[in-house]
Design a protein around this ligand. Structure first.
Ligand code: PLP
Length: 403
């Protein structure tokens, strides 16, 4: 009766959501202060003051016509500002015609994939990955091809990518800083990947695109610079949102920008604009297009996240967990002390700790902690992690061979 594909998909639907619901149950039973919910990436931080100031002044403006339909690509002046801003960072010439304003990265990714993919064309996804990529690729009629990042560092494994490239490969999705690991892909790996995609494209007589999903690009620590993907890849399509950088996930605002170096880029842009309409988004919210255009250089206080990262990371490592220290985003992705990460996450609930098994991100044997939460929650959670760790005497190294 209903769509079989969608109904079947519900059964396996996100463990992240399941944990979120478990959290609601525990909060009712034990009180909110005694539940340590690290399951979902919904930032606790408020938008920066300049963003709120823009919002207040735009809301009070008497300018006529501000709430009308507009071009599906977004407001021309906003697109031009975003293009100039991106061009300044990448040194790739871009104008308003290379930018489409969209309802967040989720919308942007769906639009890009739909614009690129013919039936059954393949998209390389690097594991661990943001799980929604698989659905988005499916929505566009494509096939995900999963390639693992390097085991200990979560760095790019260019040889492993090479092994899966075929004439059917249409795109590779990059996400750096990464959800769930927080790892930033380094320039040398990206340059090697770029050379590989150019070489394979020539060999197959195809174009292979890089879709760079960048919602965490400005949430970085310790002065690390995130390599600019558009400056490295000729066929770069950047998808970004202000959900995390300005703490506006409920407002649904972001953009797509395709490099001017892409052959027939104007046809691609036409497809993106048209899909913004036909997929039902129509255009990005008018008010928030204006807000973000006034705040392109603004970012949430990354110190807010760094304090949380350091507190949690240092504690976990001190009690025996093994974890790559993240350079950005607001996630930790430690190794589970037992190979069965789902069993581990279930066991953690005993201590009111809600974590998401790595299997949800295509990387069993790990678990994800989203630390964009109240500092008090993290502080109160530390003894619970200590008790949990104490259960695993064999800790860390022993299950390496199973991963
Ligand atoms: N991509 C990644 C890697 C994410 O973590 C998220 C949200 O958590 C999104 C895309 C979707 O973000 P948005 O709120 O902009 O749709």
């Amino acid at each position: 009766m209903f769509s079989k594909k969608v109904v079947d998909g519900l059964a396996g639907s996100s463990m992240i959501r399941a944990m979120f619901e478990e959290g609601n149950r525990l909060r009712k039973q034990f009180g909110a202060d005694n539940v340590f919910d690290f399951s979902i990436g919904n930032p606790e931080i408020e938008p920066p003051e300049p963003v709120l100031a823009s919002l207040r002044s735009l809301v009070l403006s008497d300018a006529k016509g501000t709430h009308r339909y507009m071009p599906n690509a977004g407001l021309d002046e906003v697109r031009a500002k975003v293009a100039a801003w991106l061009s300044g960072r990448s040194s790739v010439p871009l104008d308003a015609g290379h930018v489409v304003m969209v309802c967040g990265a989720a919308a942007g990714l769906n639009i890009v994939l739909k614009a690129l993919l013919n039936p059954d064309e393949e998209v390389v996804v690097l594991a661990p990955y943001f799980v929604e990529y698989l659905s988005y690729i499916g929505n566009a009629g494509g096939k995900p091809v999963v390639v693992k990042l390097k085991k200990d560092s979560f760095a790019l494994d260019v040889d492993a990518v090479e092994a899966v490239l075929t004439p059917n490969t249409k795109a590779v999705i990059l996400n750096s800083p990464n959800n769930p690991t927080g790892v930033i892909l380094d320039r040398s790996g990206l340059e090697a990947l770029s050379a590989l995609l150019e070489r394979k494209g020539r060999e197959f007589g195809t174009e292979i695109y890089v879709i760079s999903d960048e919602p965490y690009v400005s949430i970085v620590y310790d002065g690390v610079v995130v390599p600019n993907v558009m400056s490295i890849f000729r066929n770069a399509i950047v998808v970004n949102s202000f959900s995390k950088s300005l703490a506006l996930p409920g407002e649904r605002i972001g953009y797509i920008s395709a490099s001017s170096r892409i052959a027939s880029v104007s046809t691609l842009m036409g497809a993106l604009v048209s899909l913004n309409r036909t997929l039902g988004f129509v255009n990005a919210p008018a008010l928030f297009q204006r807000v973000v255009a006034e705040n392109l250089d603004v970012t949430v206080d990354t110190e807010f996240y760094k304090i949380r990262r350091d507190l949690l990371y240092n504690h976990l490592v001190s009690i025996g967990f093994s974890c790559v220290k993240p350079g950005g985003a607001f996630y930790l992705f430690p190794q589970s002390p037992i190979a069965d990460d789902v069993a581990f996450a279930k066991n953690a609930v005993k201590y009111n700790l809600l974590v998401v098994p790595g299997s949800s991100f295509g990387c069993p044997g790990h678990f994800r902690l989203s630390y964009c939460v109240n500092l008090g929650t993290i502080e109160r959670s530390l003894p619970a992690f200590t008790k949990l760790a104490a259960e695993y005497t064999c800790f860390a190294a022993n299950h390496q061979e199973d991963l």
